[in-house]
Design a binder for this molecule. Structure first.
Ligand code: CTP
Length: 386
């Protein structure tokens, strides 16, 4: 119901097509009142209007939320025994499905196969969120928050004819600044907000990718994204390298600390009366370089470079040198400093390609930067699989 409200309040004309089971939860009169349109479940209702064909033809987007295991199985097999599944067969617009079910059902080979079939046909099937399910159990299977599903719908509609072009691709994105513990209370950190990484994950999901977000940030989970929470550079490295094994694209948007305290105190460091303590640091591994060294054939690796100009060169000169040094396919260079990029909703970046390409985006929303990164990564993926 919240999703319906979000859609209607943002000016969309929404037809609700409940299944017979859905009516067990909320009755047709409520859906009709909230949407402002008559509500039908069967193709026989108002048959003179041939509603399944009309609905499918008129829609700019069909969103199925929640999609039960049954609601994934029926369209995967072309079954059309009610108005919703019939509409899914007649629709030629983008389709977004937000599965929600118990973890065992989501992980069952039958459901896995049905999801793969639907994704193979270009349907945006969002991975469910993890958490408390309807019983006492917890795990993957929750319907993402309505705001997050709405955000996917908004992005899919905004893409229009471009459609979900990352369907069938798996991507890994790292986001946020790492926290390097000094003691159980304190850490060394940095100013990264994680917003760019979250925008990358959210846009990839709306473009149909299977998305893993390795994050240190505590922003709301984007819909359809599996979030792996980490804190330190070493935890982030383990998670990214593990997830990268199955990925077509890996984007290192995280601000990974180059150094960590050599020793982590097991108790809170007391100020005492003596001199201020000295913190010895040791180097962290460079995850991006490790990714490049271990990359699978055809895999695209993208880095970010937060730069300030200095006596040795301007921001772009540093960016070009870093692209060569790190050996990644694409480097997103942005200028950092007070008031620039950190925590902001827009950024000015240059996308440097290892093939010499340069794409400039000025004061662009982070979603737009994200879309440009995916566009560029996709071009490289297509070239490598030709
Ligand atoms: N990066 C990484 N592991 C590190 C440090 C950075 O994977 N230990 C990645 C970042 O996620 C980013 C890219 O490398 O994608 C560049 O990060 P940046 O901090 O700009 O570069 P540094 O490697 O720290 O280089 P420098 O200190 O020379 O600026």
């Amino acid at each position: 119901m919240s999703l319906l409200r979000l859609l209607t309040e943002s000016g969309h004309d929404v037809r609700v097509v409940p299944t017979r089971s859905a009516l067990q939860f909320v009755g047709a009169p409520t859906w009709a009142a909230l949407s402002g349109h008559p509500v039908h479940t069967e193709v026989w209702d108002d048959a003179h209007e041939v509603p399944h064909v009309r609905l499918g033809r008129e829609a700019d987007l069909v969103v199925v939320a929640p999609a039960t295991a049954d609601l994934l199985a029926r369209p995967a097999h072309g079954q059309a025994d009610d108005l919703l599944t019939s509409t899914l067969l007649t629709a030629r617009c983008p389709v977004v499905m937000a599965p929600a079910m118990h973890t065992e059902m989501w992980e069952h080979p039958a459901t896995v196969a049905n999801v793969a079939t639907l994704r193979g046909r270009g349907v945006v099937v969002l991975d469910p969120a993890s958490g408390r399910l309807t019983g006492r159990d917890t795990g993957p299977g929750r319907l993402p928050e309505p705001e997050a599903v709405f955000a996917v719908c908004r992005r899919v509609l905004a893409r229009g004819a471009a459609g979900p072009d990352l369907v069938g691709r798996t991507v890994v994105v790292s986001a946020g600044g790492t926290r390097e513990a000094l003691d159980p209370v304190r850490y060394l950190g940095n100013r990264s907000s994680g917003k760019q990484g979250y925008a990358l994950a959210a846009t990839a999901a709306a473009r149909g990718a299977v998305v893993v977000l390795v994050s240190t940030a505590s922003l709301p989970d984007p819909a359809g994204v599996r979030v792996v929470r980490v804190e330190s550079a070493l935890e982030l490295r383990d998670a990214v390298l593990r997830e990268a094994a199955a990925a077509d694209v890996v984007v290192m948007a995280a601000a990974v600390a180059d150094f960590r305290p050599a020793d982590v105190a097991g108790h809170k460091i007391k100020k005492g009366d003596g001199a201020a303590p000295t913190v010895a640091l040791v180097r962290n591994p460079d995850v991006l370089v490790e990714l490049v060294q271990g990359r699978r054939p055809g895999q695209v690796v993208v880095g970010f470079a937060a730069e300030t100009g200095d006596a040795d060169g301007d921001v772009l000169a540093h960016g070009r040198a870093k692209l060569t040094r790190k050996g990644c396919d694409l480097l997103v260079v942005n200028e950092v400093g007070p008031g620039k990029t950190f925590g902001a909703d827009t950024s000015s970046v240059v996308l440097l390609g290892s093939d010499g390409t340069e794409q400039v985006l000025t004061e662009a929303p982070k979603e737009q930067v994200a879309d440009a990164v995916w566009g560029s990564a996709l071009t490289r993926l297509r070239l490598s699989t030709r």
